[in-house]
Design a protein around this ligand. Sequence first.
Ligand code: DX5
Ligand code: ZN
Length: 226
Amino acid sequence: MTTTFRIAPSILSADFARLGEEVKSVIDAGADWIHFDVMDNHYVPNLTFGPMVCQALKPHAKTAAGVAVPIDVHLMISPVDALAAAFAEAGADLISFHPDASGHVHRSIQAIKSKGVQAGLVFNPAETLDVLAWTIDEIDLILIMSVNPGFGGQSFIDSALRKIEQARKLIEASGRDIRLEVDGGIKVDNIRRVAYAGADTFVAGSAIFGKPDYKRVIDQMRLALG
Ligand code: DX5
Ligand code: ZN
């Protein structure tokens, strides 16, 4: 079976003064998903954008041929449920949250799915995957953090590779179709290693938006994935 790899550029590293254009450019460059990092200055020490910005970008999240490109919302916020609902209304296609940020993880998953949106769980570098024993049958996405959440441009934490391997085994055992995404410090020169550990979806912020030619970086990433 061949894996479908997906590249999900994080607009955290885009030019905020031209966000709509940036989304368009990175889609023209070959982005599969648009990764949307939501920070609340409470769960993480930084503050980004909310549902109104997601709603404003939604019409830009499509290819030149008019095909919609999924908006992958990564919530780094606590509490989770009210804003998750607002992002569902704002056009999010996938919504992921950190289980330690929700008082009732199962309820938060259900709240997202009840809006017809795919749900994901996100795991910080020092967090175990234990909660998956009780939730894996409910979710569509597992997101492994390979940096501590809050900022772009950090270095990849190697222990994430072991966690990706663990998550891949759990997905296989579940028999379900669950995406395994990794977030933080992904570059052209380490993406292959991360894929080898079992990831199929790759968030990259600074590696893409930090270079003038987005297509060149995304093409190089795909080449490295083989
Ligand atoms: C960190 C964010 C990441 C970040 C990745 O909290 O979740 O999505 O933007 O950025 P890079 O690719 O620069 O590590
Ligand atoms: Zn993210």
